[in-house]
Design a protein around this ligand. Structure first.
Ligand code: COA
Length: 387
């Protein structure tokens, strides 16, 4: 790598160059005007970073200002997307340089977490990201959904003006169910989603569904239901299309109640796309997430984190009354040793046994492992969107 390579904030004049690298990275196509409009929002808010060689832009990445649910509480998360390096600059550390800049920017922006969907895990693992959950898509026979009932539930067509209501209904559900993983999008994005005439949205008192047509059937993008009857009514609304759509593809977690309600099991080959998580500010990430009220824990932890050294060092992880703290401490002989990847995977609910067997956790008192599992476990983490 030459000294001329440095991380910069992308400016408007460089967008043409970014578009060129995008085409070389993800293939031709896409609506350039639409992309440019969104790109301008990112760069105006300091969320579009690039790498230049002299004055030539050779790499770029952008950061979505999202929130994510963990243990029934939501906290800011920088969603990294569109990571691209010009082909002639690949394989010499430019992607890593860029991603270090991205992590620093996430820290400056006050995002305790960062997540991304990896096209290759290698680059991101080097930077401390690890698998945090997945986006699952199951296929159900539409005929099974059609007969689910819930006919007593009032369901009405929804639109752009319901965006805040949708956010509120989702919040209520994720809070009470202590969900792990789902995203909270900015209101303007929800408005665009609901305003898109290709999406069909319906709302009930304690839930909603958004679906559309896809190749070979209907596709449910999100379904939130606070009660059995509402779940039945919303799934049946989608299933009412059974005469023209044989299959309903549904982006839901493997633990979603639809698996209990539908008569036949979903097709046995769901699509699973995994995403990765990274703790940017470990104390804030622990303080802002939720934990099961029953867990009482106090363990010594030693963290290694070369890319974000503020996380590194000796800490005490304490959890009680549904809340956690990570406070600086003296080195302890029985400290649990974790790197950034191990910490991310633990945070996302990976069992201590898997972390130890995968080489991501060492040391610590083995007797504390079950309590750590309970603290960070709970409903398996998932997302219903990518970015
Ligand atoms: C993926 C991409 C961003 C990597 O950029 P880069 O500048 O080549 O990355 P680096 O040189 O910093 O490589 C960092 C590490 O990732 C590894 N890596 C990079 N690309 C890889 C690939 N396609 N498959 C496996 N490992 C890869 C490198 O070998 C290196 O690991 P090492 O140090 O153990 O050898 C670049 O190849 C690219 O733009 N690809 C097309 C678009 C894309 O897939 N973007 C990612 C979207 S999530």
């Amino acid at each position: 790598m030459t000294d001329a390579l440095r991380v910069v904030d992308v400016v408007e004049e460089q967008l043409e160059a970014v578009w060129g690298v995008r085409q070389r990275s993800f293939g031709p196509g896409g609506d350039k005007d639409e992309w440019r409009k969104t790109a301008l929002e990112f760069l105006r808010d300091g969320r579009y970073l690039g790498v230049v060689d002299g004055d030539q832009l050779v790499a770029a990445a952008r950061i979505w200002p999202l929130e994510q649910w963990w243990g029934g509480r939501k906290l800011p998360m920088g969603g990294v997307a569109g990571v691209i390096v010009a082909p002639e600059y690949r394989g010499r550390g430019v992607g890593s340089l860029l991603m270090r800049g991205v992590l620093e920017r996430c820290a400056e922006k006050g995002y305790p977490l960062s997540a991304l969907y990896p096209a290759t895990t290698v680059l991101y693992r080097h930077l401390g990201y690890e698998f945090g959950g997945a986006k699952y898509r199951f296929a159900f026979p539409a005929a099974d959904l059609r007969v689910l009932g819930g006919k007593g539930v009032a369901v009405r067509k929804a639109g752009k003006e319901d965006a805040q209501l949708f956010l509120d209904l989702a919040s209520k559900l994720h809070e009470t169910q202590r969900t792990n993983g789902p995203l909270v999008w900015p209101l303007s994005e929800i408005e665009d989603w609901l305003g898109d005439e290709e999406n069909f949205a319906y709302v009930a008192e304690d839930g909603f569904v958004v679906y559309n047509w896809t190749d070979g059937g209907l596709a449910v993008g999100e379904l939130i239901a606070g009660s059995e009857q509402t779940a039945r009514a919303l799934w049946a609304t989608v299933g009412s299309g059974a005469s023209t759509a044989r299959t309903v593809y549904a982006v839901v977690p493997p633990t979603d109640p639809i698996h209990l309600l539908a008569e036949h099991e979903a097709e046995s080959d769901p699509s699973v796309i995994r995403w990765m998580l990274r703790l940017v500010d470990a104390p804030a990430a622990i303080a802002q997430r939720g934990f099961p009220a029953s867990v009482v824990l106090d363990v010594a932890v030693r963290l290694e984190d070369a890319d974000l050294p503020a996380n590194a060092g000796d800490w005490r992880l304490s959890i009680a009354d549904g809340a956690g703290t990570l406070t600086a401490a003296e080195p302890a002989e029985d400290a649990l040793h974790l790197g950034a990847r191990g910490l991310a995977a633990l945070y996302a609910g990976t069992s201590m046994a898997a972390l130890r067997a995968g080489g991501l956790a060492t040391g610590g008192a083995a007797a504390a492992d079950p309590a750590l599992d309970t603290a960070f476990g709970g409903p398996a983490s998932y997302m219903v969107d990518d970015f």
